[in-house]
Ligand binder design. Sequence first.
Ligand code: ADP
Ligand code: MG
Length: 210
Amino acid sequence: MGCTAETTAAAIRAAADAIAVNRAELTSLDRAIGDGDHGDNLARGFAAVITKLDAEVPATPGAVLKLVATTLISTVGGASGPLFGTAFLRAAAAAGEAAELDAATVAAALGAARDGVVSRGKAEPADKTMVDALTPAVDAAEAAARNGGDVAAVLAAAAEAAEGGAVATTPLQARKGRASYLGARSIGHVDPGSRSSAYLLRAFAAAAAG
Ligand code: ADP
Ligand code: MG
């Protein structure tokens, strides 16, 4: 089955739940190498998204993604608000006006989201940012779509790769964002934004699997 406005909204609700459940962990990861607000930032943003979805679910997957984008941009703040906002905005543009997204379009939307984060934040691979979770996720999603996987399979592949990418940030030294101020002391910790990215993708995958 493809991805409709209703299933997209359900995936966003699952993501909001995952952020709420893991809020303290995300904030404590950010306390180690940042300013200790990442979980709180995202929880505030996704709570605002849910309030809007409770009022009305937009008509298409693209419109749902755009609502998420504008809400995160206006409520999250910090580095991650504009970055995740841009990600959802680019995903919305890739989804266009379609009423239903197929697996290839979902993979393309993930790719567009990652490209948006890179163009906004200028992080390169191995700079220890959310890009290090998103890039393997995009590669895995595109491979799954090419191999005939459905939307659930594409998102499951993306989630697994993102989880690996997040763990793989541990030995890296941060070269972007607040964590870069710590220099070598940023080594030995998981990047919070890569972990939250993996939680979002895992929640989307679980929602798509039903
Ligand atoms: P802030 O650093 O402003 O407090 P958050 O704590 O919400 O914002 O988010 C921190 C996360 O943002 C980092 O863990 C990292 O993944 C991500 N991040 C920071 N700067 C960049 C960047 N230039 N490109 C990509 N991701 C970034
Ligand atoms: Mg922070």
